[in-house]
Ligand binder design. Structure first.
Ligand SMILES: [Zn+2]
Length: 331
């Protein structure tokens, strides 16, 4: 595990994806959460502007900043030249983002030099704001399409690179007919193309991290690694901050998932995608008992319902105080 802070009790971190209150009717307040819960660091937040970042900085806590594959390149929009294109020629939108009312639901392609530059420029800009780490949410990029049976990106950059790597003659290069054959009739090797896409993401991330480190050598890199998965893409990062499913909240699964991260020398933080207070308390208890890094159950994405959940601050404070007394006394 990466040791950033020596610790007796677990490190508590606070996530506030976007700063609250967002408007006059918003009851969530990020600064109140910091004051009440006393986190040791701030993770998984998006940079909005210098004025908001200054509010965090005044608290004197280490913080990380987050990027995702939807980086905007033109007045808040992602322009077509950077996007992942599926084999049907359609622009890819992640399944859970289809109902989001955002200007930029489209993901950039890791083989596209425009997107590479955009992602690095944005990263260097964020790094200049002095975070201790950069986090990539949805770090699968092109490889995410495999999970929804869409294989990968078939933009001109990807197909050209694939054809070059496989030394295919122009006449035999993959083309539109091949994409149609992807549905099962042709000889197109789906697994080979999926591997090529995954390797492209790994290469993209390694190059990106090296480029950031040339300017900011101490920068750490986090990924969202849902349910504690560590595939070749997630393994390029120093640690994971991720949603975990309700069925994983038991000693056997948690022991296994944290051990998986330990073996790989990765840090791992879990946030439970649930409003079930008993399960939230169970995860807190496991973490405090086993001295694991802990993210407060505040500002949680309830994926199934596409909304966010904020447990009352006094409830979180009360349960953590009780658990700390209980397990401090035992040691
Ligand atoms: Zn592509």
């Amino acid at each position: 595990m990466i040791t950033i802070w020596s610790q007796e009790l677990p490190i508590f971190t606070l996530s506030s994806r976007f700063f609250h209150p967002r408007n006059q009717t918003d009851n969530a307040k990020t600064l109140d959460a910091i004051d009440e819960l006393n986190p040791k660091k701030i993770d998984w937040i998006y940079y909005e502007n210098d004025a908001i970042l200054e509010k965090y900085k005044k608290k004197g806590l280490p913080f990380s900043l987050t990027l995702n594959p939807q980086i905007a390149d033109s007045l808040g929009y992602t322009s077509k030249k950077n996007k992942i294109i599926d084999y049907k020629g359609e622009i890819f939108i992640a399944p859970w983002m289809k109902s989001w009312k955002v200007k930029n639901p489209y993901w950039g392609c890791v083989n596209n030099p425009n997107f590479k530059k955009l992602f690095l420029d944005k990263s260097l800009f964020l790094a200049s704001k002095e975070p201790y780490a950069l986090m990539v949410d949805d770090a699968l990029f092109n490889a995410r399409l495999k999970k929804v049976k869409l294989i990968g990106c078939f933009c001109n950059y990807c197909t050209k690179k694939y054809n070059l790597l496989n030394r295919r003659k122009t006449s035999k290069s993959i083309n539109k007919a091949d994409y149609i054959n992807v549905s099962g009739k042709g000889s197109f090797n789906i697994e080979k193309y999926e591997s090529f896409q995954e390797k492209s993401v790994v290469d993209f991330l390694k190059t990106w991290m090296n480029d950031v480190k040339k300017v900011y050598p101490n920068m750490l890199f986090y990924t969202n690694n849902p349910d504690g998965e560590w595939n070749q893409i997630y393994k390029t990062f120093d640690g994971g901050i991720a949603e975990i499913k309700e069925i994983r909240i038991n000693d056997t699964d948690l022991n296994r998932l944290y051990r998986n991260a330990d073996i790989l020398h990765k840090s791992q933080v879990f946030t439970l995608d649930s409003e079930n207070r008993d399960l939230q308390f169970k995860l807190l208890e496991y973490n405090i008992k086993n001295k694991r890094e802990t993210i407060f159950p505040w500002d949680i994405m309830i994926v199934k319902e596409n909304r966010r959940f904020y447990m009352p601050l006094d409830t979180i404070k009360k349960i953590i105080t009780e658990l700390e007394i209980k397990y401090k006394n035992k040691n």
